[in-house]
Design a binder for this molecule. Structure first.
Ligand SMILES: [Zn+2]
Length: 411
């Protein structure tokens, strides 16, 4: 048993670190915030908040300025803002049809962004990483003096081992066991951590923090393209699984009489609701890609019966799989991203009908289904959030050397 002044000193240091994290999260996610708003959101005292903001301000993470509302009597309340241009991350994305890079500031604002089309098919990891680095490097070199880059986040369409950023399998690119985090770190040479996540997990994170699921604690995010990805938020936290592979709902077996899946199994959910299934039902080549998918939606919007029926059938399969997932996870919100977000206005009734049939009534009663709000950049924004995470979890670790330097400079 540890006791005495030393133990209590350690405890108060732990509390200080946790409180710094709480304040920085709030300012990052909801800022600018007044001290009164921070009191209401965190339950900390006004005095404690003043001290914590002071530390975050001295460390260059948060700025505080007096807001001067005209005609309002009394002392203006200072507003705490994230230092958008002072603290940034680099977010990268490898998607089915494109590559993207962005510089994102603390607070989540995008400072620079580029997305390049990528032809589908198998490309070597070295080639993809060079293309990504070529678009990212100029952005990094344009960062203003005094800007701190705190991390690199990467969104990847594939199964990712989160502990070391190894891509276990990426069927769209034909990759097996590719050490993506290492490859990117070696090419960019930026001396900051590289974290890699699955695109649906990161899409779920972004929608949960800033999109359709903001403020909702139990969320199922399902995103469709060629494959189907899922991200599950339970009690406000992403469900990772033992190695980070949770949420591979596309390979949930749904049809015993179904067709063979890319994963080697048969009748997986993605063989019924993925892009290829939709294209096949609409009478297109399953390999038609994005242009063919666009054509299906255009024809359906114009009232063409074949395309509408293809969407309806796909919507019923989508609802059937969702029914099983809703029974397993009891979310209050299902967010539909990618292809499914586009399908949503056409198949709302089919999804609702299938959910009525397959979800337990008790679970169904508390459930809402909504399209994603952040659009195609959701995984990229999620990668940025992931790259900010170590800073947000323990800002004191980043502040440590700075107050000393500031004191010396002021002395
Ligand atoms: Zn499969």
């Amino acid at each position: 048993v540890t006791n005495g002044p030393e133990a209590s000193g350690q405890r108060s240091e732990t509390v200080r670190r946790a409180n710094l994290s709480t304040i920085l999260y709030q300012v990052h996610l909801r800022g600018p915030l007044s001290r009164s708003e921070l009191v209401a959101r965190t339950g900390l005292t006004r005095g404690a908040i003043r001290g914590l903001i002071g530390e975050l301000n001295a460390g260059g993470l948060v700025s505080e300025e007096r807001s001067m509302p005209l005609g309002v009597p009394g002392r203006p309340s200072p507003l705490a803002r994230p230092r958008h241009h002072g603290v940034v991350v680099l977010a990268l994305e490898i998607a089915v049809d494109s590559l993207a890079a962005a510089v994102v500031g603390l607070g989540g604002g995008v400072i620079e962004h580029v997305r390049l089309d990528r032809s589908r098919g198998h490309l070597s990891p070295e080639r993809i990483v060079s293309d990504l680095v070529r678009s990212a490097r100029p952005m990094v070199s344009r960062l203003r003096g005094g800007t701190t880059l705190v991390g690199i986040g990467v969104s990847m369409v594939g199964v990712v081992r989160v502990s070391d950023g190894v891509i276990r399998v990426a069927p769209n690119l034909g990759w097996l066991d590719v050490p993506l985090a290492d490859l990117i770190a070696r090419k960019l040479q930026l001396a900051v951590p590289v974290s890699v996540g699955n695109e649906a997990d990161l899409g779920a994170l972004a929608e949960h923090r800033r999109g359709a699921a903001a403020g909702v604690d139990d969320v199922l995010y399902i995103s469709g393209e060629v494959g189907v990805g899922g991200g599950v938020i339970v009690g406000g936290r992403p469900l990772a699984g033992a190695a980070g592979y949770a949420g591979e709902v596309g390979h949930m077996p749904v049809n015993p009489a179904g067709s063979r899946c890319r994963c080697g199994s048969t009748g997986c959910w993605e063989t019924e609701v993925g892009e290829r299934a939709l294209l096949r039902r609409a009478g297109h080549s399953p390999n038609g890609g994005r242009a063919a998918v666009d054509a299906v939606f255009e024809a359906a919007a114009a009232g063409s019966r074949r395309e509408r029926e293809a969407l309806a059938t796909t919507g019923r399969w989508l609802g059937r799989g969702l029914g099983g997932l809703v029974n397993a996870f009891n979310p209050s919100l299902v967010v539909l991203g990618g292809l499914f977000g586009r399908m949503h206005p056409f198949v709302e009734a089919e999804i609702a009908g299938a959910l009525n049939l397959h979800a337990l009534r008790a679970s169904r009663e508390v459930l809402r289904v909504a399209p994603a709000a952040l659009g195609p950049d959701a995984p990229l924004l999620g990668a940025a959030e992931k790259a900010f995470e170590p800073l947000l979890v323990d800002p004191a670790g980043y502040l440590a050397p700075r107050p000393a330097i500031a004191r010396l400079a002021g002395a």
